[in-house]
Write a protein that binds this ligand. Sequence first.
Ligand code: SAM
Length: 282
Amino acid sequence: MSETIPTVGKLTSPSVICELLNGLGHRPNKGLGQNYLIDSNILGILVDAAKISESDRLLEIGPGLGALTQALLAVGAPLTAIEKDKTMVSHLRKTFPHLTLLEEDVLDVNLNALFAGDVNKIIANLPYAVGSRFIVNALEARPLPECMVFLVQKEVADRLTAQPGGKTYGPLAIWSQLNYEVTSVKKVSPNCFLPAPKVWSAVVKFQKRPAPLAEVTDPERFKQLVKVAFQQRRKQIGSNLRKNLPRFFRGLESCGIDPSLRPEQIPITQWVALAACAGNAR
Ligand code: SAM
């Protein structure tokens, strides 16, 4: 059953936002990335990209004044939202009395419990300061959501969607694309937010793959390998690993990886193979 949508004005309207903020005696908190979405086309793109049906169970991070929340509730699927700011929380409780709202820092939330409790899609205009950390936490939680649509800084979107050989290819692309097809849906101008941030943003979509690109046997070992390798991304993988992770260096040959390659040239499946080879070689 869809919740009765409250009669707040259009929550992407700058005048409605200013009026609400004045009424709440609140100024946008920069540290909490409070850049409210004022472009209803982008709002529509976020919702459409998630292809929501009434049988989905949704999670929103940082509902703020509720522009996206209102659009998600209108679809009629159950929605849980996580908001850290007390003033936003009290506004949201009054405006959307039937919303399941957790007043918490999203980085402290037990995502395993939330995901196991059925959340299958996440949609969020993520706060800048915690965006990539939250995404990494979500990628490490289980079971993985089927679809995630985020509005993030363009620079983060570039790292999430990067392909081998590019300057932005690194751990974030590798963690993300192992289990998801990650696509950049739309570049978003600073003018779509109030207050306008200094940088461009982008809508990115994570669609879970039917099966991971490769099966990681030991996630901790895999993570350690990728992290250490990319700490010196300009260095050849052979000399880097010989010095810093000799156990993995010995695996290069058996995995058929040329030691003169730089980390950014190695595709995801080869990173997985190398982590596994090194495990066998112990
Ligand atoms: N969803 C609204 C919109 O699109 O207009 C607001 C998005 S605003 C970019 C980010 C929201 O995340 C703010 O409401 C902020 O208070 C909240 N937030 C910031 N850091 C958070 C955290 N660590 N945990 C939960 N919410 C957070």
